[in-house]
Design a protein around this ligand. Structure first.
Ligand SMILES: [Zn+2]
Length: 140
């Protein structure tokens, strides 16, 4: 029997039942929401950003920064093992895809060395629809 908390074992049908069509397209088909429309693009509310598919903690508001690229951006994930990064060769580009380490759902991409004034100079460019913000105080 399938363990309902083991999201890596979810079938396509189970994901379609759990997620809205828009969420499914981004999280399970590596879609990208249009820039500027995401609910968290310019959010500065303090809290933890969780995976919308499995609720794992992924990012914190304290590492979110305004990149003006049209999507929520973070300079580091909450922990190194919160996300998986892998090379993505779609659309004739070489990019680094960012996936939730817990359920392997697509979150967005990470870009390096763009000159942002952050501690890492990394830009984790994440779809709002892949995230759920849990508003709460965040310890530095
Ligand atoms: Zn997840």
């Amino acid at each position: 029997m399938l363990d309902p908390s083991n999201f890596k074992d979810y079938t396509d049908t189970q994901w379609r039942e759990k997620l809205s069509p828009e969420e499914y397209h981004v999280l399970r088909e590596a879609g990208t929401e249009r820039p500027g429309i995401g609910e968290y693009t310019n959010t500065t509310t303090e809290g933890i950003y969780r995976c919308r598919a499995c609720n794992a903690e992924l990012f914190r508001s304290t590492e979110k920064f305004p990149s003006h690229c049209g999507w929520p951006t973070f300079f580091t994930p909450l922990a190194g093992d919160s996300v998986i990064e892998r090379e993505d060769h779609s659309y004739g580009m070489v990019r680094t895809e960012v996936l939730c380490a817990n359920c392997h759902s697509h979150l967005g991409h990470v870009f390096a060395g763009e000159g942002y004034d952050t501690p890492t100079d990394l830009r984790y460019c994440i779809n709002s629809i892949s995230l759920t913000l849990e508003e709460k105080p965040v310890e530095e």
